[in-house]
Each structure stands twice: as C-alpha cells, then as structure tokens.
Design a binder for this molecule. Structure first.
Ligand SMILES: Cc1cc2nc3c(=O)[nH]c(=O)nc-3n(C[C@H](O)[C@H](O)[C@H](O)COP(=O)(O)O)c2cc1C
Length: 201
C-alpha cells in the first residue's frame, strides 16, 4: 500500500467536488467481480481519512463470495422480521415488506461488500470509520465504481455468530457495510433540501 503522497487509487479526471455531487447510492450492479488490487487501493484511500488522536481504529472485512452474500441477505431479512414483530410504524412496515419480498436481496446482488469495523464501541472510533467509508465511496465514484451503505445489515454483522464466522474479534464492532461494484446503469440524482442553518452569529 502507498504513502499519503502517492494515491493507490488510479488518477481520475474527476475532481473531489464532482465526486461529492455525482456519488449515488447504487442499487444495481453488473455481475463482474472487482479485482484485489482495486479493492486494496480503495482501502488505502479509506485509511487516509481523518482519525481522532491518530488512533486509526478501523479494520476491514471483504466479502466476495456470492453464496455467502446471499445467505447473509436471508439472515438480515430474518433478523428484520424479528426486530419489527408487533410494530406498526411506517419504517417497521417498510422493513417487514422488504423482508417478506422473496426477490429482495439486501445486497442488491452486488459481488463485493466491504465491512468497516471499529476497534471499539467508542463514538469517535465509529465516527472515524464513517469518515473512512466516505473516503472509500468518493474514491470509488471518481473511478467509475458504485457504492451503497447497507445500514439494514449492521445488526446481523454485530451478532456473535456472524462475527466469529468472519474472524471479527469480540471487542471489534462492525460499523459501516459498503457495497462496491460496477454500476449496471445510471442512478438518478436524489435531490437534497438546502442546509438548515440554526444560527450564524
Ligand atoms: C447510515 C446509512 C445507512 C443506509 N442504509 C441503506 C440500506 O440499508 N439500504 C439501501 O438501499 N440504502 C441505504 N442507504 C443509502 C441511502 O438510502 C441513500 O444514501 C439516500 O437515499 C440518498 O441517496 P444518495 O446516496 O444516492 O444521494 C444508507 C445510507 C446511510 C448513510
């Protein structure tokens, strides 16, 4: 892996601002699998995120086994159904509908999932992991790759059985599951509200 002066991700003509405005949550991927070199380069971009007290509290799990991703998707759906049992709120109803849909794969049939794990439950460690996640997503976007955070799967990745299976030590907390792959098409822009400024003194 490279030093901060030499980006491991190939140079792209896209500016940082372009990547910020063009990045989309991609939910449709081509079946091609990403190579190790590209993934390592994106992980290198991730670890160049700011980190409180320079602790660098992140570690990574890469899952590219299609059958495993399908099994994990089924497990996420099982867990979601348990979580929303008896609940009638709108988010609970949405989650139930997703979980009951046999055609819904929580990982959208993507071939790569990068799980960014925090080396403790400490809030600043988790914040660092999310900053690393954003670095990774912007670097991927600048290189024509799609990403999507899969918050629905965080609960499953934090269960003792799944952590043990993935070789995640008990004191390490999965924080940010990020899909990664070649987008199958264009993803429409999702508009944002203007920033709400509470005070400016
Ligand atoms: C913490 C977090 C969790 C998310 N979880 C999911 C998820 O489980 N499934 C999904 O399809 N998108 C998920 N997303 C993506 C958001 O739905 C998406 O970012 C949002 O709709 C805005 O779209 P954009 O990223 O294309 O601008 C998540 C995003 C964040 C930041």
């Amino acid at each position: 892996m490279s030093s901060a002066q030499t980006p491991a991700v190939p140079a792209s003509s896209m500016s940082v601002l372009d990547a910020i405005y063009r990045r989309r949550a991609v939910r449709d991927y081509k079946p091609e699998t990403l190579d190790r070199e590209t993934i390592e380069a994106l992980l290198d971009a991730a670890v160049h995120a700011p980190t409180a007290m320079h602790i660098e509290p992140w570690s990574f799990v890469v899952i590219q086994d299609k059958d495993l991703l399908n099994k994990l998707s089924d497990k996420v759906k099982e867990l979601l159904l348990k979580e929303v049992e008896g609940q009638t709120s709108e988010p609970a109803q949405k989650k139930r509908a997703y979980a009951n849909d046999p055609n819904f794969n929580v990982f959208y049939n993507a071939r790569t999932l990068i799980l960014i794990c925090a080396k403790s439950e400490d809030i600043s460690n988790k914040a660092d992991c999310w900053l690393a996640a954003q670095n990774l997503m912007l670097a991927a976007c600048a290189n024509g790759l799609g990403t999507c955070v899969i918050g629905l799967s965080i609960g499953l990745f934090n269960t003792p059985e799944v952590k043990e299976y993935l070789g995640i030590p008990s004191n390490v907390s999965p924080a940010a599951p990020i899909l990664l792959g070649f987008p199958a098409g264009d993803t429409p822009t999702v508009p944002r509200k203007p920033p709400e400024i509470l005070s400016w003194k």
